[in-house]
Design a protein around this ligand. Structure first.
Ligand code: CA
Length: 238
């Protein structure tokens, strides 16, 4: 939702409401606040739209023909975390749905001021975005006997100490470590890590293996990680 992008709206709101005048009023105010609005006026089509569309927030009336708001809320929550604001004309109903813990994010009793609805919509959307933004994206990590290869950050540490790796050294180590115990010939490794038209030959592989060993092995004469299989190639031992 970049502010520079003018044709991008603040988000899409799905209104499931059978009273046309209320739905229209909500729609007008939300559109004024630069939201895109989808409307459904009965429970069945509302539920279908809620499950199929990529709406950012749902304003859900409780009493609806077809499927009621209780059921719709429950079914949406089985599949999605989209924020839901439930609205009802009856204060008692609101208390009841709160008690049921159906997973709605907010409740409003009709009649409410459209301005308040818009304010709550905005509040829930930004809360939801913060929530999504705070979910850490996990790095892809290969960890074998003290060697930790973070493929996302492209970093290698050996027993907790970070070691500098060149691009190709990193690619080669990561490839071998991801296929432990698999013996690769120098030819295969060269084809895997270097482009076909890159300068160099299979001797490049030998040079890189030597450099990697200097960084990860305690004794390069007796490698514990990348093993030489004489006459064949290399493998990462586990
Ligand atoms: Ca209704």
């Amino acid at each position: 939702m970049s502010e520079e992008n003018n044709d991008k709206k603040n988000g899409t709101i799905l209104i499931i409401e059978d009273e046309q005048s209320i739905a229209e009023l909500e729609k007008d105010y939300l559109e004024l606040a630069d939201f895109e609005v989808i409307m459904e006026n009965d429970g069945r089509s509302g539920l279908r739209r809620a499950l199929e569309s990529e709406s950012d927030l749902i304003i859900l009336d409780l009493m609806l023909p077809g499927v009621d708001g209780f059921e719709i809320c429950k079914r949406i929550r089985e599949e999605k975390n989209t924020p839901i604001i439930m609205v009802s004309a009856k204060k008692d109903d609101i208390d009841k749905i709160r008690g049921l813990g159906l997973g709605a994010d907010d409740y409003m009793t009709k009649p409410f001021s459209p301005g308040e609805l818009v304010a709550r919509v905005k509040a829930h959307l930004s809360r939801y975005e913060r929530l999504l933004g705070s979910v850490p994206h996990e790095n892809t990590i290969v960890e074998i006997r003290g060697i930790r290869i973070d493929k996302t950050a492209r970093r290698v540490s050996v027993n907790g100490v970070e070691k500098p790796f060149t691009t190709k050294e990193f690619d080669l180590l990561a490839f071998l470590a991801e296929h432990p115990n698999h013996v690769y010939s120098k030819d295969e490794l060269f084809r895997e890590i270097w482009d076909m038209d890159s300068i160099g030959d299979i001797a490049t592989v030998t040079v890189h293996i030597k450099k990697i060993r200097e960084k990860i092995e305690v004794n390069t004469a007796k490698p514990q990680y990348i093993e030489t299989i004489w006459g064949v190639g290399y493998r990462f031992k586990v």
